[in-house]
Design a binder for this molecule. Structure first.
Ligand code: ATP
Ligand code: MG
Length: 384
């Protein structure tokens, strides 16, 4: 059992938060969710000036003090590069405020339909989020397993380099990690569209409930839309639509337009197969997160083989070389061959122009000299 004193070192004076967020001013407002409003601010604390996101509890939005302390307890114990970091909190003056590291690209839901996010970036985001989830399900040592219960694209935050970080543990549940199956009976919590149907119908909560929600996110990333959309036909619920398209071998019909040309057919098969398996009604047929990571990496490998490095952005090239340090020399040369030919062409052209100018100059001088000699010969003078 933890006591509040355990987290005292994370306490931030409310005054400092107000100063950082212009007293929770509209100009610092980012967005809002079930906990309350979220503000951006520059906080002078922890001996440094840091950009933070401050979540201010508003009980009218649905959550309360239990979720506030749950979040503090979880994020101070569970630390991983694919989980958002909690920097502090304040519980003064009737306020409950959570202070997180500020993630400049905010959340994945904002980019689902954006052409700005390439397919490779999307794959990397999915792999990062899956690694965060794997850590929660199997934290190792004596640390207990966490069932997140609210996996969705708005809870996958993105840093400057588009690295994924899972956020919002206010609804999470803790269970023993040393058993293959963690089974809890609980009141369904989470977000419509992402929630495991078995959990909604029967209240059975297992780690595979998170796997179901993650499968929904995978289809959101592929189809470039949220799982519940404003259609009044079969397109409304993405999980149903994606399942039937997969079964009828029509996945391409729902892939986001701007991704169509980018995705390799093998990558699409791998990606949609694992996403489909996550949505199986039967828990036992859903994959473990470790298997999801493995399949997503295989999908990425297919994609990287399909895309020529010459077609990649600097960012994608860098992550490619980090991932496949032995392969790139040859592919790099192949990818840059066009550029090399272009430079050779420019050099030859410059050389040609210089050569032409010299030749022209040489001819002019010689013709002039010949003309002078000719004239001089006739005028009887000797010209040197
Ligand atoms: N640390 C952060 N850095 C930058 N933006 C953030 C951060 N945390 C949250 N946000 C932004 O604020 C939005 C609202 O977050 P919040 O978690 O309160 O609501 P939500 O995720 O939409 O819904 P829910 O309350 O069900 O989780 C997020 O979608 C994200 O865009
Ligand atoms: Mg959230």
């Amino acid at each position: 059992m933890s006591s509040i004193n355990e987290f005292a070192h994370l306490k931030v004076p409310l005054e400092a938060i107000k100063l950082a967020t212009n007293n929770f001013g509209d100009n610092c407002y980012i967005s809002e969710g079930g906990f309350g409003k979220v503000y951006k601010g520059e906080l002078f604390h922890f001996g440094d000036q840091v950009m933070v996101a401050a979540k201010r509890l508003d009980r009218r939005f649905g959550q309360g003090t239990p979720e506030f302390w749950k979040e503090i307890m979880m994020l101070s114990r569970y630390r991983h590069e694919n989980l958002v970091s909690l920097l502090g909190y304040s519980d003064e003056g009737g306020e409950n405020v959570l202070i997180y590291e500020y993630l400049p690209n905010k959340s994945l839901d904002r980019y689902l339909s954006s052409p700005k996010l390439s397919w490779i970036q999307r794959l990397n985001i999915c792999i990062g989020a899956a690694c965060g989830l794997e850590y929660l399900h199997n934290p190792g040592g004596t640390t207990q397993r966490v069932l997140h219960r609210d996996i969705k694209s708005s809870n996958i935050l993105l840093d400057n380099n588009w690295n994924a970080k899972i956020s919002d543990f206010g609804l999470s549940k803790i269970g023993p990690a040393n058993q293959e199956f963690t089974f809890l009976i609980s009141h369904p919590a989470g977000t419509p569209g992402y929630c495991d149907p078995l959990y909604v119908d029967k209240g059975y909560l297992t780690k595979e409930s998170d796997v179901y929600s993650f499968g929904v996110v995978l289809f959101e990333v592929l189809c470039g839309r949220l799982c519940i959309a404003n259609y009044d036909d079969g397109r409304r619920f993405l999980s149903k639509l994606a399942q039937s398209c997969y079964e009828e071998n029509k996945m391409r019909t729902i892939v986001l337009d701007c991704l169509q040309d980018q995705i390799s057919p093998d990558c699409l098969d791998k990606f949609s197969k694992i996403a489909y398996q996550c949505l199986q009604r039967n828990h036992y047929q859903r994959p473990l997160v470790a298997e999801i990571i493995q399949e997503l990496n295989a999908a990425l490998e297919y994609q990287l083989r399909y895309v020529k490095p010459g077609d990649m952005s600097e960012e994608e090239l860098k992550s490619y070389y980090d991932k496949y340090p032995k392969k790139p020399i040859l592919t790099l040369i192949k990818g840059h061959i066009k550029r090399i030919l272009y430079y050779v062409y420019i050099c030859l052209s410059i050389y040609g122009i210089v050569y032409g100018v010299l030749l022209w100059y040489y001819m002019i001088v010689n013709v002039n000299m010949a003309r002078r000699k000719f004239i001089d010969a006739f005028s009887g003078e000797v010209w040197i």
